[in-house]
Design a protein around this ligand. Structure first.
Ligand SMILES: *Cc1c(COP(=O)(O)O)cnc(C)c1O
Length: 429
């Protein structure tokens, strides 16, 4: 079986290795829970997009909410990547990592006035605006600063991305974007506001998308609008098709990034939009399979009744929990779990669970594993929406992070300390 994350993640005899480094050794050296990333895997994922886009006006904006650690942003910034941000905090991170604000697009349904001002002063490339109220507010803030805000409208193409309801965003009952039917009027309104400059159009239909058709349908719906808006005398420079391309967690077979891009370019050409700049906002597909979460087995608690059928439960209790990796608890996401050193003993079925006081605190259910207390397990495909969604629930300090780069091993985030968790709290006098 090929592992998700191959060829950077591979088994070498009994040892699971990422970019050539034995993961069990890294767990011993840095402690657990530990996120480990392969820098070359991130760059290869980015290159797949960039290569397919070469010779065409384009910008890849990494949707940094997937993994916003500074060294990850630095890796992408150095490779010429832009960023899709959803908060003022993310903008500050881009700048701290050496990213270029002129390659930043600002998305999100709830931008505050302060965030608008921060982004205008930094000189972001554009705002993806999601409502009429936001257009008016952004116009006010831009005029107050003596600027014109570059805007794209995020339109809701009302296509079904065929993904989990919590990560589907392009249906008309989702909170995101401006309804397709209202978009032309919204563009006319935007063009009438002196503090705004219309620059593009944007959509984003969901996440972990494993088919091409929803993208092509969305692009068609967006191009219909481009044609209508330009016919009304408002030029639109770029088309931003958002992110959302899926990765392989288990047996999903999403299209390769190069294939997605080729089909999008083909459709742009076929409809006479070949010169238009194409923006993409991939998150998960750039980092998801570049990272793993390492965790130590604390205790094995086999079902006392030795019942192995339906409802029988053997618990493998590990030191990582839902606060470290929320996806299984939040979306019932399935993520592969592999021992870092394979045992020769026969496997049995385990529910891999964390120490947090919630029954929803599990990382994997019903997994066939040969394990013993003290073993190190790797949760695969953990580079996206892992550390970025970590919390301090149960007063658990967040994990450390390591970035591998060929021979080099960089600690890119120290393990959080317990003191830091309540340093800003005050007792009542
Ligand atoms: C989350 C998000 C993305 C990235 O989604 P992925 O599934 O991680 O590729 C892109 N654009 C917007 C506006 C988003 O909210």
């Amino acid at each position: 079986m090929t592992l998700p994350g191959a060829p950077f993640l591979a088994r070498d005899g009994a040892d699971l290795r990422l970019e050539g480094h034995a993961l069990a050794d890294l767990a011993r050296r840095f402690g657990t829970p530990l996120y480990v990333y392969a820098r070359r895997a991130m760059l290869a994922a980015l290159q797949a997009y960039q290569h397919a886009l070469r010779g065409r006006p384009h910008l890849v904006c990494y949707a940094m909410k997937a993994n916003s650690s500074l060294a990850v942003l630095q890796t992408f910034a150095q490779a010429g990547c832009g960023f899709d941000i959803v908060s003022g905090g993310e903008l500050a991170r881009v700048l701290a990592a050496g990213g270029d604000p002129a390659r930043v697009v600002f998305s999100g349904v709830g931008k505050t006035r302060a965030e608008m001002r921060q982004a205008l002063l930094a000189g972001v490339r554009g705002f993806n605006v999601e409502s009429l109220g936001e257009l008016d507010r952004l116009d006010e803030e831009a005029r107050a600063l003596g600027r014109r805000a570059p805007v794209s409208l995020r339109v809701n193409p009302d296509v079904d991305a065929g993904t989990h309801p919590y990560i589907s965003t392009g249906l008309k009952d989702n909170k995101f974007g401006i309804a397709h039917g209202q978009a032309l009027a919204a563009y006319c309104h935007a063009a009438s506001l002196p503090g705004l400059q219309v620059v593009g159009i944007d959509c984003h239909i969901g996440s972990q998308i494993t088919q091409l058709e929803p993208y092509l349908d969305a692009l068609d719906r967006v191009l219909d609008l481009v044609e209508a808006v330009e016919a009304a005398g408002i030029p639109i420079h770029h088309v931003d098709v958002g992110g959302g391309l899926g990765i392989t967690y288990t047996d999903e077979q999403p299209p390769a990034a190069g294939e997605l891009v080729a089909r999008l370019l083909q459709r742009l050409d076929a409809r006479g939009h070949g010169r238009r700049e194409l923006l993409l906002e991939p998150g998960r597909s750039l980092v998801g399979n570049a990272g793993v979460l390492l965790t130590e087995v604390l205790y094995l608690k086999p079902d006392p009744e030795e019942y192995v059928g339906e409802g029988g439960r053997n618990f493998c209790i590990v030191d990582a929990a839902m606060n470290d990796l929320l996806r299984p608890a939040m979306y019932e996401a399935w993520m592969a779990i592999e021992p870092c050193v394979q045992r020769a003993t026969p496997p049995r079925r385990w529910d891999v669970v964390g120490p947090v006081c919630e029954s929803g605190d599990w990382l994997g259910r019903n997994r066939l594993l040969a394990v013993a207390s003290g073993d190190i397990l790797a949760v695969l495909s953990a580079g996206a929406y892992g550390m970025a969604m970590a919390s301090n629930y149960n007063t658990r300090p967040r994990a450390a992070e390591v970035m591998l780069d060929g021979e080099q091993v960089h600690l890119i985030r120290e393990r959080e300390t317990v003191q830091a968790l309540f340093a800003q709290e005050r007792l009542i006098p």
